[in-house]
Each structure stands twice: as C-alpha cells, then as structure tokens.
Design a protein around this ligand. Sequence first.
Ligand code: ATP
Ligand code: MG
Length: 447
Amino acid sequence: MELPLYVKNILDTLSKGGYEAYAVGGCVRDSLLGIVPGDYDICTSALPEEVIELFREFTVVPTGIKHGTVTVVSDAPVEITSFRSEGKYSDNRHPDSVIFVKSVEEDLSRRDFTVNAMAYSQQRGIVDPFGGICDLEKKIIRCVGDPETRFDEDGLRIMRALRFASVYGFEIEKDTESALRKKRTLLLGISEERLFAEMSKLLMGQSAHIIIDKYPEVIGTFIPEILPMIGFRQHTPHHHLDVWKHTMKVLENSWGDDLSMRWSALLHDCKKPDCFVLDKNGRGHFTSHQELGAKNAFNILTRLKCDNKTKNEVVSLIENHDLYFRGDIPDMQRLINRLGKELPKRIFRFRVYDSMAQNPNTVPEKLLECQRAMKIYNEVVENKLCCFVSDLEIDGFDLIKLGVKPGKQIGETLTKLLFAVIDKKCENNRDKLAAYVADYILKAGNL
Ligand code: ATP
Ligand code: MG
C-alpha cells in the first residue's frame, strides 16, 4: 500500500520510538479500492502522552485526548489514536469509557465494518483479522462481530452501513441487513446533526437510489415524510411510475450533482399524496404540491439542523421545480430578476432530471423545453444583459442630480428604468437612461 511521505514519516517516528504504528480504517479501505484517501488515520501502541512527547517538534492538538486521540499537524493533520477498545455503551451512542489495549487486532475489533477494520504497516503489511479484503472484493458491508450488538452499541452505524453501501455501490450482508432493519428505531436516539451528515453522504453516493429504495423504512424512521410516496399511483399521462419509483429515478438521474440537488431530488414530490385529486375523467392532479413540498422540505431540513445555504437552495428549488419556461429573452431577464441569478439555472437542470423520470412518450418534448430555457438563460448571462437594478449604468445619485426626489421614488424610478431596458424601450447607457428619465418619467409625471 502506498502512503504519502508525511504519513510514512509519522509511522517511522512512532516505530523508532519503540511503538507499533499503523495506517488504519478508511485510508486502508480506500487505497485497496484504488481511491485516493481523503485523510489518513493512524493507530498506535503508544499512549497519548507518549505520542505528544515523540512529536514535540510538531504542532500537536489534543483533539480527543479522553478517547486517546491527538492530531499531529504535518503536511496535513493526521489523527493518531492509541489502541483502544470501548467499554459498555449505556446510551447506544457513546462508550462509557475507553480502555487502552495492547494489540492492533483488539483495536480493529471495536471498529464497525470489516472493510473499515484493517490496518497497514510497512513491517506487517495489511492486518485484516475479519476478512475485510474478501468483503471488499465481494463488495459487501458486514459488521465486525454480532450485528445486533454492534448496532445496540452505536445506532449511527445503521446509517454508516447504508452510507458506505451507497457510496461504493456495495450490498449489505444478510445478517447485517436484517439487524439494521430490526434495530432501525435506534436511529431515533441519534443526534439530528449526525443523521443529516450521514444522510447527506448517502445521498451523494452512486447507489443512493438503490439503497433508499431498498431501505425506505430505515430512512423513514427519521424522515417519515418520505413514506407516503411509496406505491402512490399518479393517474396522469405525464407519469408511468408511482411517486416513489419516480423519485428514485430522479435521484439516479441527478447523480454527480451537488448536495442541494440531491436533497431536492429526494424531497421534491413528498407532498403529492397529500395534494392528490382525481378529476371526473379519472385524471390525477397535484395542485400546490410544489409550495407544500417546499414547506415540508423546510421543516425536515430545519429539524435535521441542515445548514441554511443548503436548506434555502432546496426549498426554493422545490417550490419552483415545475416552472415551465415558454418565454423569450426579456421573460428570462424578468425571471432572473425575480428568482436571482443562480436559481433558474438550477431549476432547468433539475427539470432535466425530473423530466427524464417521466412517461417516455413525453420526455423529448420536455427536454426540448429545458434545452431552450437553458440556451436563453446562457444568452442572457453571457451577454451580461440587465437583470437587476444594480446592472444599470445609472444609480440613485445620478437620479437625484437629474431631479428625482430622494426617498422611495429613487428605487421606483430605477425599477422602471430596469424594465424599460428589459423591454428594449431604452438602452442601458448613462446618457440614454438620463434622457429617458427626463422625457418619460419626470416630464410625463409617471412617478
Ligand atoms: P470517511 O472518512 O470516508 O467518512 P472513514 O471510514 O474514514 O470514512 P471515519 O468516520 O473517518 O470514517 O472513521 C474512521 C474509522 O473509525 C472507520 O474507518 C472505522 O474503522 C472507525 N469508526 C468510525 N466510526 C465508527 C463507529 N461509529 N463505530 C465503530 N467504528 C467506527
Ligand atoms: Mg476518515
């Protein structure tokens, strides 16, 4: 296994000090999968004070000294954790105590999944007491030890299992799978922040649509709002799939896009079952599911302590996800004025993912609409066409000089000028705008 030089140096320092030291956990798993690890964790037989002493020439931060972890800042920060086992878990989340242990094997036995319970050192090569390499080859997530006990110790592991399966496209081993289904209500005891973080990683995974489709009742323990979508028939020529299967398809289509897009994919149609009305021709309608869906997403993401940026993006996208753009350049300028510069682009992108999950007969026409909207959007942006008052070549101070009274008239006049420019009644040029103010606004008393 190849390690970066700074990690090798840290391992060398520890072993020259007379201690065992290994790269461990995620970095071993990722290296074996041919993925460049995001970070490197080290475990060692040295106790925290001994690590601090050995690395006194470095910046050492006692990040989790109670649990045996210190962080050595080299080219990147590296967490060094003393071999430990974990004591009894009385709250299903945190070990009541940690006990330092002698061997790396004992340390590996407290880790969650076989693929995460491997260590590497130059002296010993890969240490793999639980068959992690074999499970990586078979693409399987399997608990170390008895799955039910392991989930009882820490309920978050249920979501970690789903997350790893989604990110790597793995399956969950049978006993681990039935244990996580059985123990799913343990998730109710996990903090919302941690659930949100795991769910977000799961959503970013290549197999999110497969895993969520396979374990909806697990996700549904902490996001019950998704459950009514399952099997809900739509009774409309626009859709060949029920709301849930459609949602899974939108997730599949939006893979590779950002987190807000992935959350939007999951939540955009949650409120369809609540809004469903069958007309006299037997056709289904879902009036207002966008607005209700946006409120619903707001409530879910607030409860899960999602950051405001992501939350706002998801809420405004869901609110507008059925926006049908038929207009031309000035309509696009008005749309950008109303929704901001970024949102329309996201809406059109989302509509591609959404359309491609609808009745195949209707897809070509819907895609053409999205393509046309994107083309017009790009024309507006590339040509830097006026969309906001701040894009005007004239400002409030100029207007005062021209005789507009300070106060709310300034804003109103600028808005009038903006729409005059959008409607091509006036060019966006200082002199022309000044003349327009004099002729059409001040003289005509249009204010
Ligand atoms: P990533 O960094 O990609 O999220 P990772 O496997 O490195 O994945 P971390 O949360 O960084 O995950 O944890 C590092 C290692 O610590 C894991 O590989 C695993 O061995 C162990 N570990 C982490 N969380 C738990 C847990 N809840 N229960 C048991 N072991 C865990
Ligand atoms: Mg990690």
